[in-house]
Design a protein around this ligand. Structure first.
Ligand code: NAD
Ligand code: IPM
Ligand code: MN
Length: 370
C-alpha cells in the first residue's frame, strides 16, 4: 500500500471551510485501504500572523518542503489590511511557491455540461470547454528586484516592481506546456506583450526556439496578452494550453474561471521540477480563488475548486489515478443531479451549503466505489 505525507494549510476565510470537505474525502479514501494518507496541519496567512506575527513560520515551510504534497486553502482578508507588507497573508503563499521552487502552475478550466448556464457567457461559447492555463509561478514581476517604494528628494514617492525572466525560466515552463499539449489537443498558445516589454520579446524568442528544436509536432501560436484576454471571452474553445508569465497568468485564470461558472470551480496544481533521482516533484495544490471574505463563515463557499485540487494531488503527486478520476466523476455527477452552492445556482434556485455539497460528493464517490 502506498503511503503519502500531506501538509494541510487551510489558511483564512473560506480556506478552512473548503478544506474540511477535502478532509472528509481523504479520510474516506484512506479507509478504503488503497493508500495511506498521513496528514499534518499548520498555519498560513492571517492565521499564522495572528499566532506568530509571520505569514508562515520557518517550521511550517520546512514541513511543506518535506511533505509529499501540500494542500492549501486560501489566505488573506480585511482583518490583515494593516499588517506590515512583509507579513501580509499573501506573503506566506508566495514564500511557499519560491522556497519549494514551484515554477509550474497548472490551472485547468473545464466547463461541466450541467454548468453551461452558470457562466456569464452564452451556453454555446462555453459548453464543453476544456483548457489549461500554464502559469509561470516563481519569476516575473512577482519576485523581480528591485521591488520597493522610495521617497525622492522632492518628497514624492516612487514605487518600483521589476519584471525579470531568464532563458532557462522561460524554457522550463515552455517545456511543461508543450509536454502537456502532447497529451491533449496538441496546441499551445504562448502569451506575452512583446510589443511593449523586453521580457515579452525574450519570452517569444525562447518559446519559438524551443518549439522549433524539440516540439515542432505541436501547433504553436502567439497572442499578445491583452488580445488573448479578449479572445478568452469571445471564443474560448479555440484554446487548448495557454502558457504565460506569472502576472498575466494570474489575471487570465480569473477570467477563465468565469467561463466555468464560478471562481469556486477552478482547481490548480503548482509543481516543481522532477528530481531525477526519485522521479518525485514538490507540489502544492490550491483552488484559484481567495479567502472570499464576503461569504466567509457562512457555510456558503463552493468546495469544488478545493476538491478538484485534491483530485490533481491524487493524480500528479500520488499516482492514484483511479481515485483522482473518482473525485472528478463524483463532482460531475453531483452537478448533473442539480445540486448547487450559491455561486453556481440558477436565479431563484435553492442553494446548498459547503458541507452539503462536500457530503454529496463523498456520497457519490462511495456509490461509484460500489
Ligand atoms: P476571492 O477569490 O477571495 O473572491 C472573489 C469573489 O469570488 C467573491 O465574491 C467571493 O465570494 C467569490 N468566491 C471565491 N471563491 C468562492 C467559492 N469557493 N465559492 C463561492 N464563491 C467564491 O478574491 P478577492 O475577494 O479579490 O480576495 C480576497 C482575499 O483573498 C484577498 O486578501 C486576496 O489577496 C486573497 N486571495 C488569496 C488567494 C489564495 O490564497 N490563493 C487567491 C486569490 C486571492
Ligand atoms: C492566486 C492569487 C495569488 C497570486 C495571491 C494571493 C498572492 O491571486 O494564486 O491567483 O497573485 O498569485
Ligand atoms: Mn489570483
Amino acid at each position: 500500500m502506498s503511503s503519502h505525507n500531506i501538509l494541510l494549510l487551510p489558511g483564512d476565510g473560506i480556506g478552512p471551510e473548503v478544506m474540511a470537505e477535502v478532509k472528509k474525502v481523504l479520510n474516506w479514501l484512506g479507509s478504503q485501504g488503497a493508500a495511506k494518507f498521513e496528514t499534518e496541519t499548520d498555519l498560513v496567512g492571517g492565521a499564522a500572523y495572528d499566532a506568530h506575527k509571520l505569514a508562515i513560520t520557518d517550521a511550517a515551510t520546512a514541513r511543506a518542503t518535506q511533505a509529499d504534497a501540500v494542500l492549501f486553502g486560501a489566505v488573506g482578508g480585511p482583518k490583515w489590511d494593516d499588517v506590515p507588507y512583509e507579513a501580509r497573508p499573501e506573503a506566506g503563499l508566495l514564500r511557499l511557491r519560491k522556497d519549494l521552487a514551484l515554477f509550474a502552475n497548472l490551472r485547468p478550466a473545464i466547463c461541466y455540461p450541467a454548468l453551461a448556464d452558470a457562466s456569464s457567457l452564452k451556453r454555446e461559447l462555453v459548453e464543453g470547454l476544456d483548457i489549461v492555463i500554464v502559469r509561470e509561478l516563481t519569476g516575473g514581476v512577482y519576485f523581480g528586484e528591485p521591488k520597493e517604494i522610495v521617497t525622492l528628494e522632492n518628497g514624492q514617492k516612487r514605487a518600483v516592481d521589476t519584471q525579470v525572466y531568464t532563458t532557462s525560466e522561460i524554457e522550463r515552463i515552455g517545456r511543461v506546456a508543450f509536454e502537456l499539449a502532447r497529451k491533449r489537443r496538441n496546441k499551445v498558445t504562448s502569451s506575452e506583450k512583446r510589443n511593449v516589454m523586453k521580457s515579452g520579446v525574450l519570452w517569444n524568442q525562447v518559446v519559438t526556439a524551443l518549439h522549433k528544436a524539440e516540439y515542432a509536432d505541436v501547433q504553436l501560436e502567439h497572442q499578445l496578452a491583452d488580445s488573448l484576454a479578449m479572445q478568452l471571452v469571445r471564443n474560448p474553445k479555440q484554446f487548448d494550453v495557454i502558457v504565460t508569465d506569472n502576472l498575466f497568468g494570474d489575471i487570465l485564470s480569473d477570467i477563465a474561471a468565469m467561463l466555468t461558472g464560478s471562481l469556486g470551480m477552478l482547481p490548480s496544481a503548482s509543481l516543481g521540477a522532477e528530481d531525477p533521482a526519485t522521479g518525485k516533484r514538490k507540489a502544492l495544490y490550491e483552488p484559484v480563488h481567495g479567502s472570499a471574505p464576503d461569504i466567509a463563515g457562512k457555510g456558503m463557499a463552493n468546495p469544488i475548486a478545493m476538491m478538484g485540487s485534491l483530485a490533481m494531488a491524487l493524480r500528479y503527486s500520488f499516482g492514484l489515478l483511479e481515485a483522482a478520476d473518482m473525485v472528478e466523476s463524483a463532482i460531475s455527477n453531483v452537478l448533473a443531479s442539480g445540486l448547487r452552492t450559491g455561486d453556481i445556482a440558477a436565479k431563484g434556485q435553492n442553494a446548498v451549503s459547503t458541507g452539503e455539497m462536500g457530503d454529496a460528493i463523498l456520497k457519490e464517490m462511495q456509490r461509484l466505489a460500489g
